[in-house]
Ligand binder design. Sequence first.
Ligand code: NAP
Length: 352
Amino acid sequence: MQNPDKKIPVGILGATGSVGQKFIELLQDHPWFTVTALAASERSAGKLYKHAVNWFQQAPLPPRIANMMVSACVPALPCRIVFSGLDAAVAGPIEEAFAEAGYVVISNAKNHRMAETVPLLIPEVNPDHLDLVRKQHYKGMIVTNPNCSTTGLVMALKPLHDRFGIEKVFVVTHQALSGAGYPGVSSLDIIDNMIPYIGGEEEKMQIEPLKLLGTLEEGGKVDFANIAISAQCNRVAVTNGHMESVSLKFRSTVKKEAVVQAWRDFTAQPQELELPFAPNPPLYYFDDPRYPQPRLHRDLGKGMAVSLGRLRDCSILDVKFTVLSHNTIRGAAGGAILNAELLVKKGYHEEQ
Ligand code: NAP
């Protein structure tokens, strides 16, 4: 859809962080977007990116990016869209300043996710919620993606909730170290160990799916889904890929074969629109009971697909199963890029 000679200039806020680096890696060679601005804290501003960053991605740092100057996070960047990988401690006012100045802000941070007029978006789940931006008072707009463990869970729930209705969900997560940013959890805390606490994570997992699976009403308000969710979140010694053990209760009797069929049939707007970051298929169900596993399956669909397995009866609720998704790709930078692709494909960036 885009003229390759006329890519849309984009900036990255928090470009030196874990998510910011992933944006740079994933946006390299993007068919629609080109990175024209990098911004981070005052510690990094005024330095060449290669001197400000501790680059720890597998792909080498692209030379063009390495030699770009890092700016402060003020809304005077040469771009129209900014991806935010800012620390939540500072993201709120900075993202608002950019939106007020007319930028389209595509954020990973938690700060604006639950605001009434801000879309909390997974393009396969609630693409219609993008319309909420028309209710915002900014000259630009803010669109958010969910918490990284919420994303995998909701991708698994969406086809089941649409087809059968879900009443209750109990989820236990086993979350990767990269989810804590860099340098994150100290090695002495996590080697030979597991940490049964991730601050604020359980609360996010219990509320964000209700907005994502909610219905956008005519008045432009989201009616939250009526599902009871209980989450327990753990940090484990895996580099990338959040695993989740999920049990759920349906609103009616559902056969296990029908559950697998719903996952295998699932396709959505990003696949129909052939958005560059849309995985096809979006969900993989494995019959092999040893799967999915983080090291083997986190990169399916270039890290954008969600893997499922081990569907079986639950003696407390109805069924239980395992979910795996890549936390810094589908759960962060890749998910945000897919949000931007949907927004651009639908022309929202040209409206304000
Ligand atoms: P991180 O590695 O700690 O990076 C934070 C970034 O914010 C750095 O670029 C840092 O710049 C910048 N920053 C810090 N203070 C600043 C200030 N006062 N002004 C401007 N910039 C400032 O964190 P992360 O793991 O990438 O996470 C970034 C955001 O994404 C967080 O809100 C997090 O909750 C969310 N998120 C993370 C994941 C994940 O898997 N990691 C998944 C989903 C969502 P300097 O280098 O200059 O300090």
